[in-house]
Design a protein around this ligand. Structure first.
Ligand SMILES: Nc1ncnc2c1ncn2[C@@H]1O[C@H](COP(=O)(O)OP(=O)(O)OP(=O)(O)O)[C@@H](O)[C@H]1O
Ligand SMILES: [Mg+2]
Length: 239
């Protein structure tokens, strides 16, 4: 049978202010070390779902569990401390700080002694960050910024990494290189839940796929099977 889920989302309903039912009852589960891609049309609620998991949005009803323990209602910092790291789509780096300082900011909740070792490990993992360590983050290319944002999230050695549209705005070549980096992080054992507009590329590196439409899970399954499914392609993947 499957591993007990790392993440379990049970009947999450929530939204913003008066629009409090953007998510209309979301159920999903992710086993440890697995990767799922969440795809679906604009406005489906993909970012809203990641915000709910990260604790940035308090659901109206439903529960979110990590390792079987309820995390719904915990503040974002409490959720981060339990091992969930979130890379939002925008404003995910500090442009005026150097690359090295950005990595240190990613580890601000970590014990002092651990930070330097993690910075070194991540620079070894992503050599471009070592090369640019003294440069202001604003001087990086779009793809390099996304690598930095992800590396900042990895400073805390999360068990679950939430990525919101990491390839948005990147050239096909930069996106491909970023997806290689994400696949490598996953191969090293981090569970990943990734929202992506580049649906086929995302499904190609994920094990599972989740199609979100109008605040509901429309389809789930093996990523490769979803990517090959004629209905899914026609309705959700534009081809
Ligand atoms: N801060 C907010 N306040 C009010 N409504 C919001 C807010 N953020 C998003 N919404 C609304 O919630 C719905 C879902 O938005 P969400 O950003 O989760 O969609 P998405 O699937 O991530 O779309 P996209 O592919 O465009 O990123 C949309 O109708 C959007 O207008
Ligand atoms: Mg979004």
């Amino acid at each position: 049978m499957h591993d007990a889920p790392l993440l379990q989302v049970d009947g999450i309903v929530g939204g913003y202010g008066a629009a409090d039912e953007i998510l209309k009852g979301i159920d999903l589960a992710l086993a440890p070390r697995r990767m799922a891609a969440i795809v679906g049309p604009n406005g489906a609620g993909k970012s809203t779902l990641l915000k709910a998991i990260a604790g940035l949005l308090k659901p109206k009803s439903g529960r979110i569990l990590l390792d079987g323990g309820v995390i719904t209602g915990l503040p974002p910092r409490g959720i981060a401390a339990r091992g969930i790291a979130f890379v939002p789509q925008e404003a995910n780096i500090f442009p005026s700080l150097t690359v090295r300082e950005n990595l240190e900011m990613g580890g601000y909740l970590e014990p002092r002694g651990k930070v330097a070792a993690r910075v070194d490990a991540l620079m070894a993992r992503f050599p471009i960050l070592a090369e640019k360590r003294r440069r202001a983050a604003r001087t990086l290319s779009g793809g390099q910024r996304q690598i930095l944002a992800m590396a900042m999230a990895l400073m805390v050695e999360p068990r679950l990494l939430l990525l919101d549209e990491p390839s948005a705005g990147l050239s096909p070549k930069a996106a491909e290189s970023l997806f290689d980096g994400i696949a490598a992080i996953h191969a090293e054992g981090t569970a990943i839940l990734m929202v992506e507009q580049n649906a086929l590329e995302a499904l190609a590196i994920a094990e599972e796929g989740i199609v979100l439409v109008d605040g509901r899970v429309a389809r789930t399954g093996q990523a490769a099977a979803l990517a090959a499914d004629a209905d899914v392609r026609r309705l959700f993947l534009g081809g």
